[in-house]
Design a protein around this ligand. Structure first.
Ligand SMILES: [Zn+2]
Length: 322
């Protein structure tokens, strides 16, 4: 029998032997739940050392962090994709990134507004204190004005209180995190071996090798180069954020623009924000075109990589979409 089959849960036709890799990810996700849902010495230390006044959605990996904390950050997006925030005083809920007004984050529900909003970082409390007043880098067209009206309606219907915000887990009926529910979720989404998908895809070999390196976070992005002792500029070629694999292909203004265009074409109401989100997103919005998922992902990553190299090495000018 294939290992994937043996390690599948019994109700999915397997032998139910636990896959330690998935179990480890589920246990790491539990730490995020503990940080958000309970108090203790560990939570106090982590909040003072790493979280400070930021919302969890804004935290990112840094070479100076402890390896354990960076490991936790690797599963953060996976954790966040299945938890929503119930708002009270909205101090530690991120306005754009946390799903707090419904189960989709405002960033993914209103990508056209988020991409041109001047206030792209902050807690819900910060935005509420400004009377939900948003300013934009350019005039809104008719479609964006309609989006803004919808957003204002949603915000005015939100009832804030003096209680602390608390998380709700989408994987359990009682809204409390459980390792089992996260493990079962991973069994559904991660059973297929992505590498097998990659090597079987109808792609030129050099692009397959490139995507393999992307998956292992081994391409020569500026953060990876500086880890090897390189002294050059660590900033992205397209914007002024530090360059990393995840930034380049998902969070950068250029990649967000590409994914927004793709989302419009496939009629998705949100765009993927990371590699793990991409597979969930593709399964949700293109369930009958599975064999094109890997090709699509590779095509976009490869195009971004070539453009980035052209700017870095040939100093070609880039016109930002915003
Ligand atoms: Zn960038």
């Amino acid at each position: 029998m294939k290992w994937n089959k043996v390690a599948s849960p019994k109700n999915k036709g397997g032998l139910g032997i636990q896959d330690l890799w998935k179990l480890n990810i589920s246990l790491l996700c539990k730490w995020w739940w503990k940080l958000e849902a309970s108090q203790g010495i560990w939570q106090t230390i982590v909040r003072n050392k790493y979280v400070k006044d930021k919302c969890i959605a804004q935290l990112s990996s840094k070479p100076t962090n402890s390896p354990v904390w960076n490991d936790l950050l690797k599963v953060k997006d996976l954790y966040l994709s299945r938890r929503i925030k119930c708002v009270g005083n909205v101090r530690d809920t991120d306005f754009w990134n946390d799903p707090w007004c419904g189960i989709i984050s405002l960033k993914h529900k209103f990508p056209d507004l988020f991409s041109i909003c001047n206030e792209s970082v902050g807690s819900v409390a910060f935005y509420a204190s400004k009377g939900w007043n948003l300013t934009f880098r350019r005039w809104l067209d008719e479609r964006q004005q309609e989006s803004l009206r919808k957003l204002r309606d949603m915000l005015s219907a939100c009832a804030l209180s003096n209680n602390n915000d608390y998380p709700k887990w989408l994987g359990e009926k009682n809204s409390q995190f459980s390792v089992k529910s996260q493990y079962n979720f991973l069994c559904v989404y991660l059973t297929e071996d992505r590498n097998k998908k990659l090597w079987k895809a109808k792609l030129p070999l050099k692009i397959k090798v490139f995507m393999w390196l992307v998956k292992l976070n081994a391409i020569l992005t500026r953060d990876n180069l500086s880890r090897k002792g390189w002294q050059g500029d660590k900033m992205c070629s397209f914007c002024s954020s530090p360059e990393s694999t995840e930034h380049l292909f998902f969070s950068c203004v250029i990649s967000r623009y590409c994914w927004s265009l793709v989302s419009v074409v496939v009629k998705a109401d949100c765009r993927p924000g990371s590699f793990s989100q991409f597979w969930m997103w593709a399964n949700k919005f293109m369930p009958s075109h599975k064999k094109f998922h890997m090709i699509g992902l590779a095509a976009i990553c490869w195009a971004i990589w070539l453009t980035r190299n052209a700017i870095s090495f040939e100093r070609k000018k880039c016109r930002s979409p915003t």
